[in-house]
Design a protein around this ligand. Structure first.
Ligand code: ZN
Length: 257
């Protein structure tokens, strides 16, 4: 008997606009006549329950807005399908880092942890949280640590996180927040817009896991291309735009393992 394909919808940086994300995916669902088995989100999700969560997020104060996650957490709104997200550089890490291996924040909303995976009918999605910096500290402070640390100390991807993500493979789908460094360098050369360094851990995972699809956020720009591998089918790479951009923030696909 033929296996039923698994339908997944990937969405870009949500930045606290959770109702907007639900509306965008619902529009995609109506248009395509398929209900997704899972929604995956590439970080900068901003699931703040209250102001205390917001104070544990790194970023300038003009970007610190509560968003509408509390409606979902308190049951006034709901996610119609399971949502799985990784952390970006703007998250309430005071809460998320209490659960470095991931957890369900509220019904149908799952954090994958610092590195993690989930599977739907044989299709495996692997995710890596945080962004890369060559100046990142070698370890992460405990969120309740009484020693002084800044919110920014929590945003980095560490090498051991990438090792956990690699061990979670093989992967059909890979999600990271910032882009693999070579992919970003080639894209920047094309559009000459941004010159971030990119993430060497994400690059290594792309090359070693050779997923069918890879999704990233962070740049708030849409970019799509095929990444060739010597001994595996190419990866469809998609950089997703900010959720408020609409269609450029969403990519739905069906996949059979
Ligand atoms: Zn963002």
């Amino acid at each position: 008997m033929a296996r039923t394909p698994v339908t997944i919808v990937a969405v870009g940086d949500v930045h606290g606009h959770h109702r907007r994300m639900v509306a965008l995916v619902e529009r995609w669902t109506t248009h395509h006549g398929v209900v997704p088995d899972a929604v995956i989100q590439v970080g900068d999700c901003e699931p703040h329950r209250h102001l205390d969560d917001l104070t544990t997020m790194a970023g300038p104060s003009k970007h610190k807005r509560l968003g509408d996650f509390a409606d979902f957490h308190e049951g006034r709104s709901r996610f119609p399908w399971p949502v799985y997200f990784i952390g970006g550089n703007h998250e309430p890490y005071g809460w998320l880092d209490q659960h470095p291996d991931g957890f369900e924040l509220t019904h149908n909303c799952h954090y994958l942890g610092r590195a993690g995976s989930f599977e739907v009918r044989g299709v495996r999605v692997v995710g890596l949280t945080g962004i890369y910096s060559s100046n990142a500290p070698a370890s992460r402070p405990h969120p309740n640590s009484i020693a002084r640390h800044s919110n920014k100390d929590h945003i980095w991807t560490l090498p051991e996180d990438a090792d956990v993500a690699l061990d979670a493979g093989p992967a059909h789908v890979l999600i990271t927040h910032d882009w693999p460094e070579d992919v970003l360098a080639q894209a920047s050369a094309m559009d000459r817009r941004r010159h971030d360094t990119g993430n060497p851990h994400a690059q290594a995972l792309l090359e070693l896991l050779q997923p069918r699809f890879m999704f990233c956020g962070h740049m708030h720009t849409r970019h799509e291309r095929a990444i060739e591998h010597d001994d595996a089918p190419p990866t469809t790479f998609v950089g997703l735009d900010h959720i408020l951009s609409g269609n450029d923030a969403i990519y739905g696909f069906s996949i059979t393992p």
